[in-house]
Design a protein around this ligand. Structure first.
Ligand SMILES: NC(=O)c1ccc[n+]([C@@H]2O[C@H](COP(=O)([O-])OP(=O)(O)OC[C@H]3O[C@@H](n4cnc5c(N)ncnc54)[C@H](O)[C@@H]3O)[C@@H](O)[C@H]2O)c1
Length: 445
């Protein structure tokens, strides 16, 4: 039996205060970096009734959000305007009043394909200026195992002057958002969380548990960092495998799509991946290199990652080879031929061209002297090596004008039947035209 009155004298700590604020939806949340990851996350917290401030260094994005105009398809402008308590700012001073700071800034590679964590460090430095008792700091940017504890912790704790797990809380929770996915979004995608201490894990899990259906706790930030890299390395390696199977089927005179569909009827032990013109986006082409780099520091060569990256990176060249051969069959050189690229986004139904294989395909074709134009309903314009390109209207004339149309991205908006009626030659890298008849000669991957 506790002594009489003991309960009243128990000192409540920062952890309990934080948990109370979460359950009362009073915890003020800052999301740092309002891109494909940060904006949907900020919106998810705001929808649940939390006061949210979004902080970004890009004043154009902040101005656009302040006008109620979204630039991310997954958060339509109407939804943005309906959020009860969300504002955007470039002022990191807002952190002095927030209970949590969630960092969602980019983690690119530098020219030598090594991790460039400058943005994480810059955001961390801002957080360190405003870290205050009881604050939770979470890193969501994809990064190599060890980043949270080796790089962020010393900065945010002011070299240990603030005690992690007591004075403030620190965790890593990888973002798994799949832009454009109509089924899985922030709320129904399980969230992996690793805290530096058990209290950090408890606090971070409580916060995420109030917006996502399932929180998956792991033993450390490094385990959470590695989980994300396993997921994306798994994808990169499997895509490379089917891409190589496509090359093998080509040599064997087999239809790779038929073979994959047949293999996919196996009810266990096979997971379907499809070949394509290469990989793109901010994640799959980059993330495995974060892991390979970390292992290099430990004298280990991540061989699967190296091989997968070579095979995937070479696919645009293979596609251009297909275009060259297809034109050659019609007694046309690539030099001077008119090529219409259909779809430049890195995957269907989104407008993101980061690392898109379409860019390499255009570059390679232009390098061979082709006259290249593109159409993409989701990408009205893009910049290629400093040169602006605009999406042309997809008309019967445009299709007839082209010596070859190359399907790089199989957006749902495209009417393949109509395209095959009016094009003469089509190179289809996505099996988009399977079963569709028409006038065009179709060459598959
Ligand atoms: N896009 C995805 O599908 C996806 C999915 C899962 C994980 N991730 C990871 O999430 C992270 C963010 O990716 P993203 O696609 O949202 O990037 P993004 O480029 O769309 O957005 C990042 C935002 O951060 C801002 N920013 C940069 N430096 C900043 C700083 N110091 N302070 C404040 N804001 C800053 C940029 O202006 C930009 O608006 C990356 O690590 C990425 O690997 C991305």
């Amino acid at each position: 039996m506790p002594a009489k009155g003991r309960d009243r004298t128990v000192k409540r700590g920062f952890k309990e205060d934080f948990l109370d604020k979460v359950s009362n939806r009073e915890a003020k949340i800052a999301v740092i970096g309002l891109g494909y990851v940060g904006l949907p996350l900020a919106a998810a917290f705001a929808r649940k009734g939390f006061p949210v401030v979004g902080i970004d260094v890009d004043s154009k994005k902040v101005e656009s959000l302040s006008r109620g105009e979204s630039y991310i398809d997954d958060v339509p402008s109407e939804e943005l305007r309906s959020l009860p308590d969300f504002r955007a700012t470039t002022d990191f001073g807002a952190l002095s009043k927030t209970d949590a700071a969630i960092i969602c800034v980019p983690t690119p590679l530098n020219k030598t394909q090594d991790p460039d964590i400058r943005f994480v460090m810059a955001a961390g430095q801002e957080v360190a200026k405003y870290v205050h008792p009881g604050m939770l700091v979470v890193l969501e940017s994809t990064t190599y195992p060890g980043t949270t504890e080796e790089m962020l912790l010393p900065m945010v704790s002011h070299d240990g002057k603030l005690r992690v797990g007591e004075d403030f809380f620190l965790a890593f929770s990888p973002e798994r958002i799949d832009p454009g996915n109509p089924v899985y979004h922030v709320e129904n995608t399980p969230k992996v969380v690793g805290g530096v201490t058990p209290a950090c894990l408890e606090v971070a899990s409580a916060l995420y548990g109030s917006v996502v259906e399932h929180v998956v706790p792991v033993s450390s930030p490094a385990a959470a960092e590695m989980t994300k890299l396993l997921e994306n390395t798994f994808r990169a390696v499997n895509i490379a495998l089917v891409n190589e199977v496509a090359l093998m089927c080509d040599k064997l005179g087999l239809n790779v799509w038929e073979v994959i569909d047949a293999a996919a009827t196996k009810p266990y032990g096979f997971m379907k991946f499809t070949p394509g013109p290469g990989i793109g986006g901010h994640c799959i082409p980059l993330d495995p290199h974060y892991l390979a780099w970390k292992l290099k520091t430990l004298n280990y060569n991540a061989r699967f990652i190296q091989l997968a990256s070579e095979i995937n990176a070479d696919m645009p060249r293979y596609v251009v080879g297909k275009v060259t051969d297809a034109l050659n069959d019609e007694r046309k050189p690539v030099n001077g031929s008119r090529i219409l690229v259909l779809g430049v986004a890195y995957k269907k139904d989104i407008g993101d061209v980061r690392e898109s294989p379409a860019l390499d395909i255009i570059r390679l074709l232009q390098g061979k002297g082709a006259d290249v134009v593109y159409n993409d309903p989701h990408v009205p314009e893009l910049e290629l090596d400093g040169e602006p390109l605009r999406s042309i209207d997809l008309t019967e004339e445009a299709l007839r004008w082209s010596d070859c149309a190359v399907i790089v991205t199989d957006h749902s908006d495209y009417d393949w039947d109509w395209i095959l009626q009016h094009a003469g030659l089509v190179v289809d890298t996505r099996n988009a035209t399977a079963g569709v008849g028409g006038r065009a000669r179709v060459v598959e991957l």
